[in-house]
Design a protein around this ligand. Sequence first.
Ligand code: PEP
Ligand code: MN
Length: 239
Amino acid sequence: MFSFDEKFTIIAGPCAVESEEQIMKTATAVKNAGGHYLRGGAFKARTAPQSFQGLELAGIELLKKARKETGLKIVSEITSIRYVDNFERDIDIIQVGKTAMQNFDLLKELGNTNKPILLKRGVGNTIEEWLSAAEYIKQNGNENIILCERGIRTFETAYRYTLDFNAVLIAKEKTNYPVIVDPSHAAGNSKYVAGLCKAAKAIGADGIMVEVHPEPEKALCDGAQSLNLDEYNELITTL
Ligand code: PEP
Ligand code: MN
């Protein structure tokens, strides 16, 4: 079973890999601040087809380059069963996003790899459904699972999604998997991210995954919730 080396793991990086300059700048900042993993989406599962879909395999190559230069391990989201071999070969932690949490075909195929799988909770899924999705991975032999609470849809409109801290406690009680928190997608606004990160640490989550961008106002994806490099540095110091 997978476990992180650190007591509280920091995974940080842009929502999407956009260019070599963007990912290298971010990777260097993540590393220098004391982050442990670099995240970056190469295949983006966007709500609308007009939205930036990611650099795809070219994005994976840029992540590999960033890993080589900084020594940071890389986390990236898989959106299709078609790329399982690529991800198994190239990516250190394979992320399954909210929209794929119940793509059982994909989960079963990831169960045939031995890579850590970071399984996000779907926005409309119960804790039980989330843990059942993890069972699909485990059933095929891969117990290297990391659970990630990223917020669920409720009636509240003041922020993007409701970060369910109860779910972190219950997931930790019912499984032996590391459980991390993604405050960025829940908040939808960078000004709430640091507070949610501190709360995640306080309740005993095993880490956080946070979106960071050198120029959030120019980001092609999720800029409003992305920390700039100074905000990121400040957050890590506080934590
Ligand atoms: C992401 O991590 O950038 C992402 C798209 O996450 P989610 O699946 O939680 O929306
Ligand atoms: Mn994002």
